[in-house]
Design a binder for this molecule. Structure first.
Ligand code: HEM
Ligand code: HEM
Length: 176
């Protein structure tokens, strides 16, 4: 049940996939809160969970990626080469986006205590520019790119289902 087979994703892979999807849905809600509702109570409330949620996402994706690599030989093959590259790109962005942000957080010298855990104590003095620059330039753009790719991913899953070739949604969404 919990293992993947070439025909179907097992419970663990499906749990990883849908938990990540829910967390990213929340993460983009907080990003829209920042973009559109800045300095309002709702915007502040949403934004307050952006960094901790981002941390949870990077931890989850690291474990998910290790699981995907380990079970790779028996997982369902992507429907074509383009789909495979699309999935690699989703994984890469889900890792890179929070990683750059965490690097910036460290380099800024500001403390970071998600869920009360003193992860980064912060430091006195100047920010470390090589650590802050990549996220300053790329973090939000790559974030919106990921959102666009997720929209494409969902559309392709629906298209494959309609076109009558392999029902990819069934193998990710339902029990065997
Ligand atoms: C997969 C995880 C993440 C996604 C998809 C994501 C996405 C985004 C997006 C789309 C924006 C732009 C919001 C706007 O235009 O106002 C943004 C901004 C921001 N994010 Fe994230 N984020 C993630 C993780 C993190 C983490 C882990 C941190 C910090 C530890 C963080 C810190 C920030 C900050 C400080 C900003 C505002 C400055 C900027 O636009 O670069 N994010 N994020
Ligand atoms: C945040 C949103 C999402 C992300 C980041 C994401 C990412 C991924 C990734 C990386 C895969 C490759 C399989 C794996 O290694 O787990 C995958 C498979 C899949 N996803 Fe998503 N997904 C998201 C949301 C959705 C949604 C909402 C749907 C529903 C339409 C969906 C439908 C599928 C299907 C059907 C597969 C299996 C494809 C196949 O069998 O070749 N995904 N997804």
């Amino acid at each position: 049940m919990h293992k993947d087979t070439p025909q179907h994703y097992g419970t663990i892979s499906r749990l990883f996939h849908w938990t990540t999807a829910l967390l990213l849905l929340w993460q983009f809600t907080t990003a829209f809160g920042h973009l559109l509702l800045d300095d309002t109570p709702v915007g502040d409330f949403l934004w307050s969970s952006h960094k901790p949620t981002g941390l949870v996402i990077i931890v989850l994706i690291t474990i998910r990626l290790a699981w995907a690599l380990w079970t790779h030989p028996r997982r369902p093959a992507a429907i074509n080469q383009l789909a495979a590259y699309g999935h690699y790109a989703l994984y890469a962005l889900m890792l890179l986006i929070p990683a750059l942000a965490l690097l910036r957080q460290y380099g800024s010298g500001r403390s970071f205590t998600p869920f009360g855990i003193p992860l980064m104590p912060g430091f006195e003095g100047e920010a470390i520019e090589w650590m802050t620059l990549p996220a300053n330039v790329l973090h939000s753009w790559l974030g919106w790119l990921l959102l666009a790719m997720i929209a494409g991913h969902i559309m392709m899953a629906r298209a494959h289902r309609r076109s009558g070739d392999v029902n990819v949604l069934e193998r990710m969404a339902s029990k065997r």
